[in-house]
Unconditional design. Structure first.
Length: 133
């Protein structure tokens, strides 16, 4: 599990505790204001409501912090490093349809295969490597 997962779990626990404490505090305050209620319950309820609000704020803060974290799968770039033999020469890549000069930006990996889209004629095709012999 990633860092974000632990932050979300912690936020959920804080929010759950905060809701319980805040709710209990509010009920204590409401109960103390009735005709039969005791004024001692009022301060007791305020304390619970305060700590409940603190836990709620902490849970919301963890969620905001987790959303700002960069994680796996959030648009990370993958770089392929290829070791070439010393006698490799680079040739100009040309479109199979119109013969237009292609650049590295026109080549993309789609489903694990190098695919090229010509900016001149719009043709899209998969690159193939011809045998060397």
């Amino acid at each position: 599990m990633g860092n974000k997962t632990f932050l979300y779990i912690g936020a959920g626990i804080l929010l759950l505790i905060g809701v319980c404490l805040f709710g209990y505090g509010v009920l204590s305050i409401v109960g103390s204001t009735s005709a039969q209620g005791s004024s001692a319950w009022f301060s007791f309820g305020v304390g619970f409501a305060f700590f409940g609000a603190v836990f709620l704020a902490g849970g919301i803060g963890l969620i905001v912090f987790a959303n700002r974290q960069k994680g796996v799968g959030g648009g990370d770039n993958i770089t392929y490093k290829i070791d070439l033999p010393s006698q490799t020469k680079v040739e100009q890549l040309k479109c199979n349809s119109c013969g237009g000069a292609l650049k590295a930006e026109n080549v993309k990996m789609i489903a694990g295969a190098p695919t090229v889209e010509c900016p001149f004629c719009g043709t899209t095709y998969q690159l193939t490597e011809e045998p060397k012999w």
